[in-house]
Design a protein around this ligand. Sequence first.
Ligand code: PMT
Length: 222
Amino acid sequence: SQERPLAGKKVLVTAGPTRERIDPVRYLSNFSSGKMGYAIAGEAAKLGADVTLVTGPSALPIPPNVQAVSVESAQEMLEAVLSRYDSVDAVIKTAAVADYRPKTVHGEKMKKQADELVIELERTTDILKTLGMRKRQQVLVGFAAETTNVAEYAAGKLESKNLDMIVANDVTKAGAGFGTDTNIVTMYKRDGTSIPLPMLSKQEVARSLLAEVQGLLNGGHV
Ligand code: PMT
């Protein structure tokens, strides 16, 4: 219907940071609060979608009518997303996933060293790239958090990860990116078009993004 244009559609949203353990009391992470991804999940549910939110650690309440799956690390997020991938219509990857994790996770709290401490890191699996390679009918939307050359890096990720759309935010701008209630994004689509949005609340960004997803689900016709 007009009010519930995503009724019958299964949408998977990822949100928040990941935590990569160093030892039982320490981890590596980033400043993602979950606000952007939770807003997308909440708005998608209001539009009638059947929404699963795979979320890294966040203090935010789960939006109404959203099914949440809590994960901690990039590896757990990968597994949670992959196990649901075949049954969903769209995936929106808002999470700020760690690109690296400590090579060794210490079983005991690490003791203070007399001098410098070096922690070796190894790459995590790129979840979005994995989804792009296994894509069938799904509409796949990524985010790009950049600090320079936003348009160029976003276009590169759209292509290399086989996405239908990428939402780029210049995280150095005031009112954009991590932790804020607003965001400033440009949406880049596969057909070469880009849609720049002004500073908006994350709810409003979510609505604009979902209007595009709705169009992509309908074969490009909004
Ligand atoms: O949570 P908030 O405080 O509201 O902040 C919102 C946000 C800034 C986190 C969000 O708007 C955003 O930009 N999310 C993507 C952050 C990010 O990790 O960007 P990236 O350019 O490093 O990664 C690009 C894409 O690849 C993302 O869709 C990411 O989910 C995905 N990725 C990255 C690494 C990895 N190992 N697996 C992935 O799937």
